[in-house]
Design a protein around this ligand. Structure first.
Ligand code: URA
Length: 194
């Protein structure tokens, strides 16, 4: 089976088998979207209202901002894969609990394992926390690092502020745009090391 089909199969199983309690209040599972051959996997926090209604990640205001930044480095949604640490919308968009993150972890691991990207980009503190517990996003943003994470082996990471946090905050917005602009060079560097 090719990668694309395998990823589709995984995402279908996610809908049928995920044990996350959020499933009871959500309309749709938001598994992820993009290329099964992506070099970069972007990982957000959890779906919001629009994402829940449509079953697609990052389709609201934060998603538009993300699209702008992707465009600025000559990337599109078709080149990357985008998903979240939590696959269902938490009621009223509250923060996901550590248990909810753990319940969805096997699906995120499965997606990363299949896509096998060169670079993982956690967006914001909730995503970062799952890969680097205790690390502050205000300190980690804009930094790349290689890290061993149980279930994923040793991989390259690049932390960014969450687009929703930066959307209406002038200085965070500028910082995120600046950090984002370094992605292509970082990817080239990683490719050269391979
Ligand atoms: N914010 C997220 O973290 N993920 C989405 O899919 C949408 C908004």
């Amino acid at each position: 089976m090719n990668k694309k089909r395998e990823l589709q199969k995984l995402n279908t199983s996610m809908h049928e088998m995920c044990t996350c309690k959020l499933k009871a209040t959500a309309i749709n599972v938001v598994s992820g979207k993009g290329s099964a051959d992506a070099d970069i996997v972007f990982i957000g926090e959890a779906p919001g209202k629009k994402e829940d209604e449509k079953g697609e990640p990052f389709i609201g205001a934060a998603g538009k901002f993300l699209d702008e930044m992707l465009g600025s480095v000559k990337l599109s949604r078709e080149d990357i894969y985008i998903t979240n640490v939590v696959k269902y919308r938490p009621p009223d968009n509250r923060d996901p609990s550590p248990q909810e993150v753990e319940d969805c972890w096997m699906w995120l691991c499965g997606q990363i394992d299949l896509i096998d990207p060169l670079l993982i980009v956690p967006l914001g503190r909730h995503a970062l926390e799952r890969f680097v517990p205790g690390q502050k996003i205000s300190e980690a943003h804009g930094n790349s690092f290689r890290r061993e994470v149980s279930g994923l082996g040793s991989r390259d990471y690049f932390a960014l502020y969450h687009p929703a946090a930066a959307l209406y905050n002038g200085s965070l917005r500028e910082t995120l745009i600046k950090d984002f602009s370094t992605v292509p060079k970082l990817l080239e560097k990683i490719k050269k090391k391979k």
